[in-house]
Design a binder for this molecule. Structure first.
Ligand SMILES: Nc1ncnc2c1ncn2[C@@H]1O[C@H](COP(=O)(O)OP(=O)(O)OP(=O)(O)O)[C@@H](O)[C@H]1O
Ligand SMILES: [Mg+2]
Length: 413
């Protein structure tokens, strides 16, 4: 029997309520009877607290119901265990045969609660959870740190924003520090990002649109699609020809949840500055405006930068990315930086054959052309975000491939 006077001494995983120091519990359960019983039992236990639906922080404990297709549930458990490192998972189902139990255990579930829910079984499981929490102090500390949100926004359509977002996310994934990376398509006018990784997501932002308040951790992991490298992708589900719009609320709820589960959230924000995109940019740690040295592109990029500055986006958050840069364009770049009143932060080498081959084969450049200047440039860019990386300490490495003709003007702002 659980000792109800027992107080958690140390937070293990997920978050505890700072007022009550109770472990936060999220229930992802369809069966109303089981849900009601668990809600009651969790609320009765003073060491635990049901997580508020508006609370984006990771729960300490997630009680997940086995879905009709058990393999789907196991896949969600596996992803959660890997990504949401501080959250422990309990599985509940009307019938738990030994094969399912074994598979769930292998996936990473810690306890099993048979339905109909038994009070004693739940109390014992919660009590064992608390014992594990005390035994592994500090285990979940990393998840309290919110991830970096990197927004890529096109100075104009077609400049390579999607290529840049996809390849940056893929390069971040391959860093030695093995960060958890999510790639999100916030472009509701194009929404073609999955094609760049040759994946066919069955879910997208559309699944959240009906009720953004239901984005909890379990739901989020059900709608993400995993690329083979482990990169988790959230598709837009919208394009110019589709009905409906992606709402700012939907983007906000999703990004807040992603931020607590991933070290990096990379967003393709398209090139249209509507309210939804603005919301995404507001939530970003850095806004990377992508451009090229083509006159019409520079013209629109200038307007975009002015609009962003005029809308209160701090200059310290803005970065200029010059795509398709050719080594002979040093003087044009210097002139353009003056026109834009913004130094280029990163120059992506022009290499149409390598990039189009990568796009057409649905694989990022780090897989199809890691040794080319453009492939290496993405790796250097990824290293520049990684605090532990030696390469990030050397500023010149970001633009290293340019060294023979680099001038002060091309240094990151
Ligand atoms: N570094 C590069 N060198 C050469 N070509 C590139 C480079 N990066 C991207 N491209 C090319 O630019 C084209 C457009 O890329 P992409 O689809 O990423 O642009 P976008 O800005 O996302 O377009 P849209 O506005 O339609 O969403 C692609 O055909 C791609 O091959
Ligand atoms: Mg695009």
């Amino acid at each position: 029997m659980a000792d109800s006077s027992w107080k958690p001494k140390r937070v293990s995983g997920g978050t505890v309520d700072s007022n009550t120091s109770a472990f936060k519990v999220e229930l992802s359960i369809q069966s109303s009877e089981a849900k009601k019983a668990l809600e009651e039992l969790v609320s009765q236990n003073e060491n635990f607290q049901l997580k508020d639906s508006n609370d984006a922080a990771s729960p300490s404990l997630l009680i997940l119901e086995l879905q009709e297709n058990p393999e789907e549930t196991f896949s969600v458990i596996r992803d959660l265990v890997k990504v949401a490192r501080g959250t422990e998972i309990f599985l509940t189902a009307p019938k738990l045969d030994s094969a399912i139990l074994l598979e769930a255990m292998r996936a990473g579930a810690k306890e099993f609660l048979a339905q109909p829910i038994q009070e004693k079984e739940v109390e014992d499981a919660l009590s064992r959870f608390q014992e594990r929490a005390v035994a592994t102090p500090g285990k979940g500390e990393d998840i309290k740190k919110e991830g970096k949100v990197l927004a890529f926004f096109g100075g104009k359509g077609g400049v390579g924003t999607t290529c840049i977002a996809v390849n940056t996310a893929a390069a971040l994934m391959s860093l030695p520090s093995k960060p958890r990376v999510a790639l999100v398509d916030v472009n509701q006018h194009g929404g073609d990002l999955p094609l760049y990784l040759d994946i066919q997501p069955s879910h997208s932002f559309r699944d959240i649109a009906a009720d953004p308040s239901r984005v909890d951790q379990a739901f989020l992991f059900r709608i993400l699609t995993k690329y083979e490298s482990g990169l988790q992708v959230l598709a837009s589900g919208y394009d110019d020809l589709s009905t409906g719009r992606l709402s700012p609320d939907c983007v906000e709820a999703t990004l807040r949840m992603l931020q607590v589960n991933f070290d990096y959230v990379v967003m393709d924000c398209g090139h249209v500055l509507d309210l939804t995109t603005k919301k995404a940019l507001e939530l970003a740690s850095l806004i990377m405006v992508t451009s090229t040295l083509m006159v019409p592109v520079v013209h629109r990029t200038k307007r975009i930068l002015e609009l962003l500055r005029g809308s209160g986006f701090p200059q310290s958050k803005l970065r200029l990315i010059m795509n398709r840069f050719l080594s002979g364009e040093k003087d044009v770049l210097a002139e353009t930086e003056e026109i834009l009143k913004q130094k280029a932060h990163w120059l992506v080498p022009n290499d149409y054959p390598s990039v189009s081959h990568s796009v057409n084969s649905g694989k990022p450049l780090i897989e199809t052309a890691p040794k080319t200047a453009v492939g290496k440039s993405y790796m250097d860019f990824a290293h520049s975000f990684d605090e532990q990386s030696d390469k990030s300490k050397s500023k010149s490495s970001v633009l290293g491939w340019l060294s023979p003709f680099k001038s002060k003007k091309t240094q990151p702002a």
